[in-house]
Design a protein around this ligand. Structure first.
Ligand SMILES: Nc1ncnc2c1ncn2[C@@H]1O[C@H](COP(=O)(O)OP(=O)(O)OP(=O)(O)O)[C@@H](O)[C@H]1O
Ligand SMILES: [Mg+2]
Length: 238
């Protein structure tokens, strides 16, 4: 059961939205998803409180550095995908979650500030590889992409990342009202009312394409080898 975390040291990059889209789409496709809310701001937990039970989704809240590994172990036998939503920080919990991940998704908006927050996560991944020999797969996922941003800034970001050998998902996440709406009314893209939310079909297509690409990156045959890893780096390590 792959562990996928969403990280960007800058707040507001689109982590929670991307994590929820992926989780709800995988669940819609019949996979059992455990969504771990590792952000003290509790956006995922609040979404869940609003939504009630969503088929195939389990939520874990109140996560700490000490408890994260236990949650993964406890839920492993009834989870196909773990998805971890992280705070916009580079602290001990972010570092621990990344160390326990099979794949780190780094949402990046088409702005320089976001690229900086993403670079901090890429530096952390490089440090883990260098110091601990932990090579954790990771990809940048472009978010809040509109027709206006598609050209120059996106090409520039992709070029910069390619230079660093960073994978960029082929599926960008568009700027869509439906994605914001999930946090307003709860539920999933499949329970929203198409008469009230514009372009819901396109939003669903986007989520499906995202989930399909992520599944191809992380086939179910991924088997977590050996004992889960916990690594703490840096001043804030607990
Ligand atoms: N694809 C999108 N389409 C429309 N709105 C979006 C999209 N992605 C994010 N947003 C909006 O941008 C804001 C920040 O997004 P989100 O909460 O997902 O970012 P975050 O990286 O999780 O932030 P934080 O670091 O504070 O946890 C929210 O208001 C959200 O509704
Ligand atoms: Mg968030």
């Amino acid at each position: 059961m792959p562990v996928i975390s969403f990280a960007n040291a800058k707040g507001g990059a689109g982590k929670t939205t991307a994590a929820l889209l992926l989780a709800t789409e995988l669940a819609h496709q019949g996979h059992r998803v455990t969504l771990i809310d590792a952000d003290p701001q509790r956006w995922i937990s609040q979404w869940h409180e609003m939504s009630g039970n969503v088929r195939n989704i389990s939520i874990v809240t109140e996560v700490t550095v000490a408890s994260l590994q236990c949650h993964l172990r406890e839920m492993a036998s009834h989870t196909d995908y773990f998805i971890i939503d992280l705070a916009g920080a580079r602290d001990a919990l972010v570092t621990t979650a990344i160390g326990l991940s099979d794949h780190v998704m780094i949402p990046v908006q088409g702005s320089a500030m976001d690229a900086k927050g993403a670079a901090q996560i890429l530096d952390l991944l490089a440090l883990m590889k260098e110091k601990a020999g932990l090579a954790i797969a990771h990809s940048v996922v472009l978010t809040r992409v509109t027709a206006m941003v598609t050209t120059r800034s996106l090409v520039a970001i992709k070029g910069l990342l390619a230079q660093r050998g960073v994978n960029v998902l082929n599926t960008p996440i568009g700027e869509r009202t439906a994605f914001r709406e999930l946090f307003e009314v709860g539920g999933t893209l499949h329970t929203l009312d198409g008469a009230k939310v514009s372009n819901l079909d396109k939003a669903r297509d986007n989520a499906r394409a995202l989930a399909d690409e992520v599944k191809r990156l992380m086939p179910m045959r991924v088997i977590r080898s050996g004992i889960p890893r916990v690594i703490n780096f840096g001043r804030n390590a607990a």
